[in-house]
Design a protein around this ligand. Structure first.
Ligand code: DQA
Length: 145
């Protein structure tokens, strides 16, 4: 079976902290549970990890090396400045889809910038929870051999 890692950084809304008017009412638990069974039905094992700590996310990306076929990543606010996360994605050479619940291009100017975008195979944003399912489909249909 193929293996995909779902990684979430400090997406504060999913952890119950932010205004649902901006991010919707999706919780992290919901996404993880639903995506695990969606993946399983497609013959994919999905493992999940969340941390608010940049270094732990980097360690997790490194540990995917040669063990995972794809990564789905919502790095939260780290998206906008973490060259360390960017480097980790580049180093492991695993197709990574960048996901955001909100449309980052329609929000505050600093959110328009993603420093990880150029090392990810694709950026999906503004589709809410659906973006995670689309990311898995894109990995399976286009990027995982
Ligand atoms: C986010 C967008 C980021 O700008 C923000 O810091 C988040 C969530 C999203 O999923 O829309 O925490 O990644």
């Amino acid at each position: 079976m193929k293996k995909v890692k779902l990684l979430n950084g400090p997406n504060l809304n999913m952890l119950g902290i932010r205004n649902p008017a901006v991010y919707g009412t999706t919780t992290l638990k919901e996404i993880e549970e639903e995506l695990i069974s969606y993946a399983f039905n497609k013959g994919v094992v999905l493992d999940c990890f969340q941390s608010n700590c940049e270094g732990k996310l980097i360690d997790e990306i490194h540990s995917c090396h040669k063990r995972y076929d794809g990564i789905i990543l919502n790095a939260g606010a780290y998206t906008h400045y973490s060259y360390a996360i960017r480097d980790a994605i580049e180093a492991v050479e695993i197709p990574t889809v960048e996901v955001h619940l909100s449309d980052i291009h329609k929000r505050e100017p600093f959110r328009h910038v993603s420093v990880i975008e150029d090392v990810c195979v694709k950026q999906i944003c503004g589709r809410g929870k659906q973006g995670y399912f689309d990311a898995l489909d894109d990995l399976l249909n286009e990027y995982i051999k």
